[in-house]
Design a binder for this molecule. Structure first.
Ligand code: PMP
Length: 361
């Protein structure tokens, strides 16, 4: 498996100038969120607090989603919530291309894994009928990292029907839910599925990646199970971080509008500027990623390595499953246009070499 963190460290060590690899939004954290955190620390809110999240935040989240506070749990990042779910599973179905952490985590926990592959040709839409009978947990992620797509409502309904027949838990990683460019997005919460676990993060919408905070919504017993996991592993999320999160939720609509505008215009830029002779991609419904296919048989891994020599960072498709002709571009740099120019030049050069048979992949 391609080691994405290794590659990320290499890009950082080499001080690569145009970073289109990692999923770190380039919009700074809003001043009001930072002030809320600082004020909280100044008030001395630096102790251990309730292990499931402070009431004020749980109530706010419950109000937003129309659920009860007992169905909400606050955790140190959505990655931690995903871990709590995969830890309890026996066999996990993962849709590829996937966020590599799902596989790394499942392997670390010694779980069985079923990978359900999707293709560029099918516009990355999965066939949930392929889920094997001994799977007890399926993890989905829409809007999707790395393709940016969402699945239609009928597809989600099909999944819920299959899962309810096979008594499968659906973990729905919806960390990109606020960044959508159309009205296609549906949430697992829309289906009232009792074995559904909704996962959200403050990292992507609010750029609060280093704050380490996310939340899940699930039925009460599941929430208690996750709470136990948090108690054993980290005790709680710091109160000052939770206070910042409350402020973030208060100004969410404003932030969301800005986010959609900035990343929406970068998707348009990529559509216009990426040379169609060399790249093709399914138009994303959301997120700040695109997952282009390199035409002319160029390997994504070779492309990523060559590109880094030209001061541009991207991740190869291989990191997200069996997709060696793809690359993931993270649209998180204001230097995107320069990066695309370098990509077009490199793709043209490599295409010529593949035609001449000089490079073998
Ligand atoms: N899920 C997906 C699909 C992601 O892409 C990421 C971040 N790259 C996360 C979860 C993790 O987010 P957090 O910072 O909340 O742990």
């Amino acid at each position: 498996m391609f080691d994405i963190y290794n590659f990320f460290n290499k890009l950082s060590e080499l001080n690569v100038k145009i970073r289109l690899d990692v999923g770190q939004p380039d919009i700074p954290v809003d001043e009001r969120i930072i002030s809320a955190l600082i004020e909280s620390i100044k008030r001395g809110e630096t102790t251990y607090v309730s292990t499931g999240g402070i009431n004020e935040l749980r109530e706010k989240i419950a109000e937003i989603h129309g659920v009860q506070p007992q169905e909400v749990i606050v955790a140190p990042g959505s990655k931690f919530l995903v871990a709590s779910q995969l830890f309890f599973a026996k066999k996990i179905a993962v849709i590829s291309p996937y966020w590599p952490t799902y596989i790394q985590m499942a392997k670390k926990f010694g779980k069985k894994i079923q990978i359900i592959e999707t293709t560029f040709k099918d516009k990355w839409i999965p066939d949930f009928n392929l889920i094997e009978e001994d799977v007890d947990t399926v993890i989905i992620n829409y809007p999707n990292n790395p393709t940016g797509i969402v699945i239609p409502r009928e597809k989600m309904k099909e999944l819920v029907d299959i899962a309810s027949e096979l008594k499968i838990k659906i973990v729905s990683d919806e960390v990109y839910r606020d960044l959508t460019f159309n009205k296609k997005y549906v949430s697992i919460l829309d289906f009232n599925y009792e074995k559904g676990v909704f996962v959200y993060s403050f990292s992507k919408t609010f750029s609060m990646t280093g704050f380490r905070i996310g939340y899940a919504i699930a039925e009460r017993e599941e929430v208690k199970r996750i709470q136990k996991f948090i108690e054993i592993m980290v005790t709680c999320v710091p109160k000052f971080v939770q206070k910042a999160a409350i402020k973030a939720l208060e100004i969410k609509d404003e932030i969301k509008r800005k986010l959609v505008e900035i990343y929406g215009s970068r998707v348009e830029l990529a559509k216009r500027k990426l040379d169609k002779k060399h790249f093709e991609f399914v138009e994303p419904d959301g997120t700040f990623y695109i997952f282009p296919r390199l035409k002319n048989n160029i390997s994504g891994t070779t492309f990523a390595h060559e590109l880094l020599k030209r001061d541009v960072g991207i991740f190869p498709g291989e990191a997200f499953g069996n997709y060696n002709l793809h690359i993931r571009i993270s649209l998180v740099s204001p230097m995107l246009e320069n990066g695309i120019k370098v990509m077009n030049e490199l793709a043209a050069e490599l295409s010529e070499k593949t035609v001449l048979g000089v490079i073998r992949y």
